[in-house]
Design a protein around this ligand. Sequence first.
Ligand SMILES: NC(=O)c1ccc[n+]([C@@H]2O[C@H](COP(=O)([O-])OP(=O)(O)OC[C@H]3O[C@@H](n4cnc5c(N)ncnc54)[C@H](OP(=O)(O)O)[C@@H]3O)[C@@H](O)[C@H]2O)c1
Length: 312
Amino acid sequence: MTRVLFAAKPNRWEEYREVLPAALREAGVDAEIVQLGEADPATVDWIVYAPNSALQDFGPYTALKGVLNLWAGVEDVEGNRTLRAPLARMVDAGLTQGMVEWVVGHVLRHHLGMDAHVANPEHRWHDAAPPLAADRPVAMLGMGALGSACASALAQLGFPVTGWSRSPKRVEGVRSVTGEDGLREALGGAEIAVLLVPHTRSTEDLMDARRLAWMRPGAVLLNPGRGALVVEDALLEALDRGHLAHATLDTHRVEPLPEGHPFWSHPKVTVTPHVASATRPATAARVIAENVRRGEAGEPLLHLVDRSEALA
Ligand SMILES: NC(=O)c1ccc[n+]([C@@H]2O[C@H](COP(=O)([O-])OP(=O)(O)OC[C@H]3O[C@@H](n4cnc5c(N)ncnc54)[C@H](OP(=O)(O)O)[C@@H]3O)[C@@H](O)[C@H]2O)c1
């Protein structure tokens, strides 16, 4: 029997109490699930992990075979020097679908100019029809599990999409670019840019004054990625001088976004409280169970994290 420790905020267990044992059973894994403090750490084989859990020192887990992250973002665990076992991040169909819905929804809001009709106290007759999607190029920064699904959904709606990533990608209807020149090309050609790269040493402050200036005048920035991708002062400056039309920010350097932060009251900023997407326990449990099955069978784990660009 393999021992699985569930290490997340205690209220999360309720969501996994039924689905995780069921998924492990379905995967044919003979597992015992324990909570923090219930077992000698030296006897734990796998940790199902949320980076905001009380567990931050993996040192005592001497027999650990792997840490299975419940979140897509791993920036708060991948740099943990006490963790020597493999780390897998969450790629979950439910999480991906949620992000596709958020990104498509917010792209359509700006594309269709919905705000003019939603709040129209002077009853102005805004009768200019918006352009078609084909005339609204979008840049997708990050073409991983989430970015490629969002890029594909937008391409299917007719948006010309350019996707930027470290390595070239093949996604139907999406032009792939890489490197600094590719980034400049993607940003310079887009009216809406979406950030879906992870927060690493090389992506921190990605959208600084120089790269924000590469965006087209009147463009819109959507950031469901991570707050640290954007230099806040540079973004405010670009909005204030009219270079950018709007920023919709789901992720923030400090969360919850502090009361009094300029983003809350800025007329060209929409704040959403890190709700773009969430791990869905029913589908995520199957991903975790499959990885435990693989690990126990000596097969390679899915979604292993390359920790070479981890933040300290
Ligand atoms: N707001 C929310 O609710 C929410 C929910 C879930 C996730 N997220 C965020 O979304 C992020 C992306 O998730 P994911 O599952 O799509 O991650 P992923 O599969 O690891 O994809 C990351 C993408 O970013 C690219 N990338 C990484 N570093 C880069 C660099 N230095 N230059 C250019 N491209 C780079 C990767 O390129 P290669 O493929 O070439 O390596 C890959 O295409 C997460 O890390 C998290 O921060 C937010």
